[in-house]
Write a protein that binds this ligand. Structure first.
Ligand SMILES: Cc1ncc(COP(=O)(O)O)c(C=O)c1O
Length: 409
């Protein structure tokens, strides 16, 4: 593997390269910065190749349809889907999860059944399951999180049983950075033939993700967290599971025939993509995937791991800082949640913002996890391959400054 010059890659990102004063962007778990090639591909699409998708017979429209389907092929290759039609474009990871909750779970759950999620799930991978369980008189069950912020699978063989209908689990926690052993969860699930949905919003784009190796039934993610545009995400599903799934949205483009009393759906994946497709979004997503693939997902993973080790050690050196989640290494991606004793995380984020350091503070759409941690909120720094050690030093300066400002030292 040829060494990648990650420092030089910063120049690919106008927001990082142009910034005066410099921007220390440590909020990639919320949304990543966009490289110029992605921005340009979207501009080019609108300027020169824009036309309606799957709706016109003239060359511009046919070319638009081809570009849209080419983006699907690129994405399918990226996650190693068995066939291209296993990839469904959605608005986001959130929409993809809602699609499975409404289209699959709602039609498969019966009174007394159960759906399992973990205590570290994002609200997007929690609320749709909570609602469908309430609607079907089923139980939402929780895989616990241990004191080091890892899934507690010790009792997994006894947890899942014949009433378990689905397990929905994140591959990487957006608060703790924990990389969950999805393969192990799938192996437990297979003993009872339980489908597994993987929320890969934080992992795709940061590490190699292979849906066939994971052997999952569904996987979801959002383009904007993988250097692509907002407004587009995707659902992967095995052909068998997608055939069992009802569409979430009904409307143009997803039908075979419409009658007054009855209608029939188009083939998969068109069946799940009602309405005019987001062509520029798909093109931008495919460009992002090509960009990430050219750098190499293994190289990206290693880069972020090195930065995470450095950031962990830097933050750990402060007596006032309490870090959450696993120690560094294979168990953690580039997400570090922390609190400073006696100082509200919003104050930390405010001071950081004034110094050009972008971090997030709050419950990070993970209130069940906050309850487990015994806090209402944390500060969070999240890394991507375009960060460097100066960004982390800038965060250390923020912590020093905040501690002094609030008279804690
Ligand atoms: C783990 C996880 N799942 C799901 C989501 C939802 O992603 P989106 O808001 O792009 O739909 C997020 C967003 O932060 C996330 O971190």
């Amino acid at each position: 593997m040829a060494a990648v010059d990650f420092e030089a890659l910063r120049d690919d990102f106008p927001n990082l390269a142009d910034g005066q004063p410099p921007l220390h962007y440590l909020d990639s778990a919320a949304s990543t910065q966009k490289p110029a090639c992605v921005i340009e591909s979207i501009r080019h699409c609108y300027a020169h190749e824009y036309g309606p998708v799957h709706r016109g017979l003239y060359p511009l429209a046919e070319n638009a349809s081809e570009n849209y389907e080419a983006a699907r092929r690129t994405l399918a290759r990226f996650i190693n889907a068995g066939t291209t039609d296993q990839v469904v474009f959605t608005r986001s990871a959130t929409e993809a999860i809602n699609l499975v909750a409404s289209g699959w779970a709602a039609t498969h759950l019966q009174s007394g059944d159960e759906i399992w999620v973990s205590q570290m799930e994002h609200h997007s991978n929690f609320l749709p399951w909570q609602r469908v369980c309430n609607q079907r008189d089923a139980r939402l069950r929780i895989i616990p999180v241990d004191d080091r912020g890892r899934l507690d699978l010790e009792n997994a063989p006894e947890l899942f049983g014949p009433r378990s209908r689905l397990i929905a689990i994140s591959q990487m926690s957006n608060v703790l950075g924990t990389i969950n052993p999805v393969r192990e969860v799938v192996e437990h699930a297979r003993r009872h033939d339980i489908p597994v949905l993987v929320d890969a919003a934080q992992s795709v784009g940061h590490m190699p993700v292979d849906v066939q190796e994971l052997d999952c039934d569904f996987l979801v993610a959002s383009a904007h967290k993988m250097c692509g545009p907002t407004g587009i995400g995707f659902l992967y599903g095995t052909s068998a599971r997608l055939r069992e799934t009802e569409p979430l949205l009904l409307g143009g483009g997803m039908v075979d025939e419409v009658g007054i009393d009855h209608s029939s759906w188009a083939e998969i994946p068109a069946r799940f993509e009602a309405g005019s497709p987001n062509l520029a979004g798909a093109v931008g997503l495919a460009t992002a995937v090509d960009y990430l693939s050219t750098i190499g997902l293994k190289a990206i993973e290693q880069r972020v791991r090195d930065l995470t080790d450095y950031a962990y050690q830097t933050l750990e050196a402060f007596d006032e800082v309490l870090l959450y989640g696993p120690e560094t290494g294979n168990e953690r991606g580039g997400i570090l949640s922390f609190n400073i004793e006696g100082i509200h995380p919003h104050d930390v984020a405010q001071v950081a913002g004034e110094q050009g350091v972008a971090i997030r503070a709050g419950h990070h759409c993970c209130q069940p996890l906050m309850q487990r941690l015994g806090v209402s909120s944390t500060a969070r720094a999240s890394l991507n391959f375009y960060n460097n050690e100066q960004d982390i030093s800038a965060l250390a300066d923020v912590i020093n400054e905040t501690v002094k400002l609030f008279g804690k030292r």
